[in-house]
Design a protein around this ligand. Sequence first.
Ligand SMILES: Cc1cc2nc3c(=O)[nH]c(=O)nc-3n(C[C@H](O)[C@H](O)[C@H](O)COP(=O)(O)OP(=O)(O)OC[C@H]3O[C@@H](n4cnc5c(N)ncnc54)[C@H](O)[C@@H]3O)c2cc1C
Length: 393
Amino acid sequence: MVDRTFLSWPFLEGKHAALYERVDAWASAHASILHGPDESSAAAAAVVRRLVGEMGSEGLLATATGGANGALHGPLDARSLCICREVLARHGGLADFAFAMQGLGTGPIGLFGTDEQKGRFLPAVAQGKAISAFALSEQAAGSDVSALATSATRDGNGWRLDGEKTWISNAGIADLYVVFARTGEAAGAKGLSAFVVEATAPGFSVTKTIDLIAPHPIGKLAFDGVRVGAADLLGAPGQGFQIAMATLDVFRSTVGAAALGFARRALDEAVRHATNRKLFGQPLSDLQLTRAKLADMALAVDAAALLIYRAAWTKDVKGARVSRESSMAKLFATEEAQKVIDSAVQIFGGLGVTRGNIAESLYREIRALRIYEGASEVQKLVIATRLLADAAT
Ligand SMILES: Cc1cc2nc3c(=O)[nH]c(=O)nc-3n(C[C@H](O)[C@H](O)[C@H](O)COP(=O)(O)OP(=O)(O)OC[C@H]3O[C@@H](n4cnc5c(N)ncnc54)[C@H](O)[C@@H]3O)c2cc1C
């Protein structure tokens, strides 16, 4: 029985509980298509395409993009994003991925785009007719965004993009990419701008797909004199870093929510297995060391949920920057989910390291969440920086 008690916490409203039930019912009804063949990014890409189409026609992606029709775009509701990601991750990693990327890939447009840009790009993504991507990372600029080298130079009324990106989720299946490039208004992170690049643009190519331990569509991009118009610049020149960070500020706690979904699944599966498995003449769950493990897992799950919904509530209700809260949520939820899942593997014994076992697949799914959208070390730096700044005032 999945724990739903958190739905009555004061951080959440009735609409969030209703959304939870709706997404849960959709995921249960679509169980057969949530899991892809477990071999390659290319195989996972086909599953993600299908999931985006299904979620779009069901109206679920409107939560990811901030509205059903884009042009009438509303603010993103962080708690709704977290609810969707938690539920979808509990059902399957690719479902969470398909949903989350429609949000991350359009977040900069929703937050900083003009009405014309929102109207041009968001409706198709909300309806699942187009796939979006967020292209920030490069070979030499992962954690260190200030080292970003892809350039955008003025070219008539528009811009010309040259460079390479890597680790770009949805590479190859995305129809539009929000690309961060150096425009040089200042040194380092202050000299970046954000552009929307359509996959059909001449000079744009996907040069490689990358196979992950938990396959998702992901790869490398090349920009060889890609021309974009002035209307494809998001915000102002030099605002790129601010756009990237503001978007990640919203989505960081949602990464924690996905980790929470994986952890809840691991806990539920571990409880079920420990109750059914007989050892030394009794259920595994009757052994005290097992009970201690289950207690630690349950504590980690609840504590992660508190941090996640605290961060999302602060964003939605207080309307403040939530770097500290969302970094705490992501850091704690992803690190603890890794431990919870590892405990589930242990409780499953040999089955837990067998290909196709749920604990084994969660063990692979969780790992990347401690690295992307700011590795755990980066989250610690964000938290400490805020702490020290607050102490100095
Ligand atoms: C599955 C997956 C999906 C991704 N999707 C996208 C995407 O859609 N778009 C996109 O732009 N990028 C994406 N990324 C890239 C991701 O954001 C980067 O991998 C991440 O920022 C880390 O960069 P890096 O891999 O270059 O590692 P590096 O920057 O080389 O860091 C290596 C390690 O150093 C440690 N570290 C980092 N900073 C510090 C510090 N200050 N002090 C001490 N240790 C530190 C961390 O443990 C880190 O893991 C994705 C990555 C993965 C794995």
